[in-house]
Design a protein around this ligand. Structure first.
Ligand code: SIN
Length: 173
């Protein structure tokens, strides 16, 4: 069976995977939050950055990008993604809403509240400062946030949390 993967963070603008089909998609009951620590991509072990995870929240929606991965390449694709998302993320099954009222089961990487790198909420200005000051092997934490905000805007996606954080980080530079 081919498998749908849902991306809501860097997987929107840099999937780096082979796929058959791509579509904007939405998940219900989940909110995107910059509450996950990054020690390996946008921060360092002794100076973690902040990246997104999904937090269960009744009534919330999260817009992202869905990729249809072929059965033929699924095993190696998910092995590579497990490595990329190794800093606390786990695969979850979700129900994806695609355009034209199409619904499909999908896989999403979520960093749960009990993972070792979870940071949780903090005041907006504190999160903005941490993002402004962090960088890791994949680049600056600031670019991660700005790329995410830009691609969400291109998709006409609502996300107050991301846009407020973007504005707060821009005020720091
Ligand atoms: C995702 O993009 O779906 C997971 C979080 C990330 O890698 O930024």
């Amino acid at each position: 069976m081919n498998v749908w993967l849902f991306g809501y963070g860097s997987l929107i603008w840099r999937p780096d995977i082979d796929y058959i089909e791509r579509s904007v998609a939405r998940v219900h009951g989940w909110a995107r939050r910059f509450w996950q620590g990054s020690h390996d991509h946008r921060g360092l072990p002794d100076k973690p950055g902040r990246v997104v995870t999904l937090v269960a929240q009744p009534g919330a929606v999260c817009d992202g990008m869905a990729y249809l991965v072929s059965q033929r390449t699924a095993a190696r694709t998910f092995e590579a993604l497990d490595h990329r998302e190794k800093n606390g993320y786990q695969r979850h099954e979700v129900r994806l809403e695609l355009p034209a009222q199409r619904h499909e089961p999908g896989i999403v990487y979520i960093a749960p509240v009990d993972n070792f790198a979870y940071l949780g909420p903090a005041p907006l200005e504190d999160m903005a400062r941490q993002i402004h000051e962090s960088a890791g092997p994949s680049g600056s934490n600031r670019d991660y946030l700005l790329e995410l905000a830009a691609v969400l805007r291109d998709m006409d996606a609502e996300d107050e949390h991301v846009y407020e954080l973007e504005a707060a980080v821009r005020r720091l530079s």
